[in-house]
Design a protein around this ligand. Structure first.
Ligand SMILES: [Fe+2]
Length: 181
C-alpha cells in the first residue's frame, strides 16, 4: 500500500503498524508452539502462560482491528466501490473463522487448567497447538490477501476526497479505541 500523499496516509500508517505487530506476534506464537512441542511436560506451565498472553493479544488488540475493518473500512468500500463487495464478503467470513478458532484455543486453555491426568492434558494441549499453528498461518495469509485486495482498492479506486474522508473515520475510530483502553 502506498503512502503517496493522496490522503490515505493515515490508513496506510495505521494498517502498516497493525500488520507489523500482528506478524511479530504470530511469529512469537509460532516459535512458542514449536518449542512447547519439544519441551513437552518440562515447561508446560510456563509455555501455557506465554501462549495465553499471546492469545489475549489476538483476542483484544487484534480483535479491535478486525472490528475497525468490519465497522469502518469495509462498509466504506462497499458503499463507494461496488465491486469490492464479493472480496469483502470473503474477508468477513475469514474474520468469523478466526474468531471461532480463537474461541477453540481459549476453551482448550481453560480446560487445561482443570485436567487431572497427563494423557488428557497432552491431548488437549495438542488440540491447542494445532489450532494455534492454524492461527499463525491464518494471520499471515489474511493480512497478505487484505493488502492485495482491500488496501489496493483504497489506493486505486477511491477518489482523493474519499481517501481523506475514510482516513478521518479510521483515525477517529482508532482514537476512540485508544481512549477506552
Ligand atoms: Fe481483516
Amino acid at each position: 500500500m502506498g503512502q503517496n500523499g493522496n490522503g490515505s496516509a493515515g490508513i496506510a500508517v495505521y494498517i502498516t503498524q497493525r500488520n507489523e505487530t500482528a506478524l511479530k506476534k504470530a511469529g512469537e506464537l509460532n516459535d512458542l508452539l514449536t518449542r512447547s512441542r519439544y519441551e513437552g511436560k518440562m515447561h508446560f506451565g510456563r509455555n501455557l502462560d506465554a501462549i495465553t498472553r499471546l492469545v489475549a493479544y489476538f483476542d483484544k488488540e487484534f480483535g479491535e482491528h478486525l472490528r475497525l475493518e468490519e465497522e469502518v473500512i469495509y462498509p466504506y468500500l462497499e458503499k463507494h466501490v461496488p465491486k469490492s463487495r464479493s472480496p469483502l464478503a470473503f474477508l468477513r467470513g475469514e474474520h468469523a473463522d478466526f474468531r471461532s478458532r480463537l474461541g477453540e484455543i481459549k476453551s482448550c486453555a481453560a480446560r487445561l487448567g482443570k485436567q487431572k491426568t497427563d494423557s488428557e492434558r497432552s491431548l488437549i494441549f495438542e488440540m491447542l497447538q494445532n489450532t494455534g499453528v492454524y492461527l499463525v498461518y491464518w494471520t499471515r495469509n489474511h493480512l497478505h490477501a487484505e493488502n492485495e485486495s482491500v488496501y489496493k482498492m483504497i489506493d486505486n479506486q477511491l477518489l482523493p476526497e474519499e481517501k481523506r474522508e475514510l482516513s478521518r473515520e479510521v483515525t477517529t475510530y482508532a482514537e476512540s479505541l485508544a481512549k477506552r483502553n
